[in-house]
Design a protein around this ligand. Structure first.
Ligand SMILES: NC(=O)c1ccc[n+]([C@@H]2O[C@H](COP(=O)([O-])OP(=O)(O)OC[C@H]3O[C@@H](n4cnc5c(N)ncnc54)[C@H](OP(=O)(O)O)[C@@H]3O)[C@@H](O)[C@H]2O)c1
Length: 339
């Protein structure tokens, strides 16, 4: 597996990051399966692992921690997150100084480590002044608890404001963005990718297979998701990847193109969807998700080869979105001078 610098830092990460959201989650991976997948990922050359305090309310971090204590800690880049509720109390969520400081201590305990490589805010917090969150994160880097800062689920102005404020104050800046980005989610390209390229942020796309939709198990003409899939469970739980949200003509057209490219290249749909992301400007490392060893094995096969320009263009065209105002207006006005 190749290594890439995380944005403009000197940190090298594997071009695939292993996501730990399936670890310990209902219908997904047990602790034993998760440890086997972590071993396999590292044997394949992976060094980059992403979890969050909120995944199965701490269980994912605990599973990673039990495995981590048997590894050479410094060989690995461990990323986790803070923001979503970890209890029912009024201060058990958000990006306040109090919640960030108690959360980082709890994550260190569950992960059985004394530092976190990449500490990410999981989403914008409208209730806390940005100065309060960013100064607290700066303190964590200065005291060595955290090596680098990252951000997930901010919109364009929120990300740019956070970068500018840290710079004005001389605080540690976010060096990495974790957005949703995949063949069924390309609005990420309207603002977040250009900002990341311009500001030198690493980009680590979450749900690169849109929670299973791009994994090869969905085809035009299906009337319901497979029984044991996350997409089926998502309907009951009202999660983002639910069947009713994606059972539409745009999805089926993207999947037609994905399956056509898969059959022409002899790769699986999941491998093509992941390789397309690996080719996209600005992307450092898609965060692969798997709930079993065969899924992990298949997804590891997305690296080590290159999708042709022609196949990338076919997928780009099929998955293109009509941008809303002001993106459409600005693009038209730019005309031939557009970069
Ligand atoms: N920052 C955020 O807000 C955020 C949000 C979500 C995720 N994440 C991060 O992104 C990581 C990846 O997200 P994700 O798990 O949603 O990734 P994903 O790759 O989009 O979806 C993973 C799911 O797709 C199916 N799948 C994956 N590979 C497959 C294969 N080769 N063949 C058949 N089915 C396959 C499996 O579900 P089924 O078998 O059930 O279909 C699997 O659980 C997470 O672990 C987490 O670290 C972050």
């Amino acid at each position: 597996m190749d290594y890439r610098f995380l944005g403009h830092t000197g940190l090298r990460v594997s071009e695939l990051c292993l996501g730990a959201m399936t670890f310990g989650r209902q219908n997904e991976a047990t602790e034993e399966q998760s440890h086997a997948m972590l071993d396999r990922f590292v044997a394949a050359g992976g060094n980059f692992i992403d979890t969050a305090n909120v995944y199965s309310t701490g269980i994912s971090e605990e599973i990673v921690g039990k495995w981590l204590r048997r590894q050479r800690r410094d060989d690995l880049v461990i990323a986790t997150k803070v923001r979503f509720p970890m209890g029912t109390g009024p201060n058990d969520l958000g990006l306040s100084r109090k919640h960030i400081l108690s959360s980082v201590e709890a994550s260190l305990k569950r992960l059985q480590t004394d530092y976190i490589d990449l500490y990410q805010v999981h989403c914008w917090d409208p209730a806390t002044p940005l100065e309060e969150s960013l100064s607290t994160l700066n303190d964590l880097v200065r005291r060595g608890t955290v090596r680098y800062l990252g951000v997930s689920n901010f919109n364009g102005w929120q990300l740019q404001r956070a970068l500018d404020l840290s710079r004005e104050k001389g605080w540690e800046e976010f060096v990495c963005l974790q957005p949703q980005y995949n063949l069924l989610c390309r609005s990420t390209e309207w603002e977040l990718i250009p900002i990341s390229i311009r500001e030198g942020l690493g980009v680590i796309p979450w749900s690169p297979l849109r929670g299973g939709w791009l994994s090869g198990k969905f085809h035009r003409g299906m009337s319901a998701p497979p029984d044991d899939s996350r997409v089926k469970l998502a309907e009951e739980k009202d999660w983002g990847e639910k069947w009713s949200a994606y059972n539409n003509e745009h999805t089926w057209a993207v999947l037609d193109a994905l399956h056509a490219v898969a059959s022409k290249t002899g790769k699986s749909a999941a491998q093509v969807a992941l390789n397309w992301l690996l080719r996209k400007p600005g992307v450092t490392a898609p965060i692969i998700g798997a709930r079993s060893m065969p899924q992990l094995e298949a997804n590891l096969g997305s690296s080590g080869w290159i999708l042709s320009e022609e196949h990338v263009r076919h997928l780009d065209d099929a998955s293109a979105l009509q941008p809303p105002y002001p993106y459409d207006f600005i693009a038209k006005a730019a005309g031939p001078r557009q970069a």
